[in-house]
Design a protein around this ligand. Sequence first.
Ligand code: SF4
Ligand code: SF4
Length: 446
Amino acid sequence: MARTKAQFKINGGVHPSYHKGLAAAKAIADMPLPALLRVSMSQHLGAPAQPTVAKGDTVKRGQVIGEAAGFISAAVHAPTSGTVKALAPAETATGAKAMAVDIEPDGEDAWVELTTHACWEETDPKQLVEIVADTGICGMGGAGFPTHVKLSPPPEKPIDTLIINGAECEPYLTADHRLMLEYADQIAEGAAIIRKILGAEKLIVAIEDNKPDAIDAMETALKDMKGDVTVLVLETGYPQGAEKQQIFAAIGKEVPSGGLPMDVGAVVENVGTTLAVWDAVVNGKPLTERVTTVTGFPVQTPGNVRSRIGTLYSDLLDFCGGTTGEVAKVISGGPMMGFAQHSLDVTTTKTTSGLLFLAPDQVSEFTSMPCISCGRCVVACPMYLVPSEISQMIEAEDYETAEEISVLDCIECGCCAFECPAHRPLVQHMKQGKSHIMLKRRQKKG
Ligand code: SF4
Ligand code: SF4
C-alpha cells in the first residue's frame, strides 16, 4: 500500500468557495422513518424501472417494487415495510416527471429475507455482478449509471485499474467525506469485491488533499490489502471528481472523445457506491438508503443525514431544524452540477448527494450579456472545449457545427459559466445542444 500525490494535472478547472466546514465535522445522523416515502422509478441513467406492485399491496423493506427495464436500467426496492398507497407520476429533482410508488411505513421496518455472501472471495465474479444488479445499485456520486453495467466490460476491454472516487469536489458536500471516516473498512472491502469482479490489478483510492483525515482513514483501512494499492492524493480543485478527469489524474490516460473509461482499462466507482456494493454482497441488502448532505447558511443544523430513498426534501429539512432567515435558492446536489428546485415536494433518490439552501447574499442576480471574447471559459474548460463558440452555435441553432466542435464531450461541469464575466448561460446551451443532437440521433435510429 502506498500513498502518493497525483502526478498528472487536469486541464482547466476552477476553485469556488467550498464551505464544507458547515457539515464536514457532523457525524452521519439517522433520520427516523417519515410518514410517507415516494419512491421514483427513475433514479438511474437508462430506462425507468417498471413498477411491480399495486395500490393496497403490503411490502417489506428490500422487496422489489420496480424491476429493471433492460440491461441499462436498475431495480428499485421498498425502503421500508408498509402499504402502497398510490402509483402516480411525480416530479423529480430534474423537473421531469416519473412514475413513483408511495409507501406508508408501518413502523416495523421489516426486511425481506436477505441472502448474505460474507465469504465473497469464493463467489464467482459473475454471481457478484448479479447481486449488484439485483440489489439495484447505481452510481451514487450523481450520475446514477447502473453499476452492474460498469462491472460488465466486454472481454476485449480488460480492466487493469479500479479507481475509488473519494474526491467529492463539489462545494458544500461532505457525505462521501463522512462515509470514508466512518466506514473506511467497509469501503475498503467493497473495493476489494469490485476489484475481484473486474480482475483489476491496480486499486487506487483518490481523495482531495482538503480531507487529510479521510486520507488517513482509507490508508489505515487498506494497509493490509495485497497487490498494487494506492491512496492517491489529489490537489483540491473542481472538477477533480469528474470521471474522465480523475482517470487522467490517476493514470495519465485520456478517455477518447465519445469513449468510456473501459477504453483505457479503467473503471471509476464513487465511495458511496462502493459501500453499497459491500452492503449488498456481505449483508445481502438492496439499496434502500443513502447519506445526503443537508447544508447551506440558512439551515438551522446542517449535517449529513442517512435517510430512506423516497424521503421528501421537506422532511429532510425538518430533520435538520428547518431554516433561519430567507432562502433565495434550493439546489438538489452541489452548486456546480446540481438542479435548482422550486418546491420541497420532491423526494430523494439513490443519487441525492446534497440538498443545499442558499441565502439571498449568495445568489447574484444578473443579466446575460454578449460574449466579450475574454477566453476565460476556454481556460476553465477541463475538456479542452471552446464553450463561447459552442454556445454561439447553439444560440444560432447550428447544431451540426456544435457537434463538429465537440459539444457532446461537454461533461456539464459548469466551470465555463462560473468564470464567464458576461454571465452567458453556457451550461444551459451545452445541455440544450446535447439533448437536441441526441434526440435527432434517436429519431434517425427509429
Ligand atoms: S460545462 Fe462543458 S463546456 Fe463548460 S467547462 Fe464544463 S465541460 Fe467545458
Ligand atoms: S468567458 Fe464568457 S465572455 Fe469570456 S469568452 Fe467565454 S463566453 Fe465569452
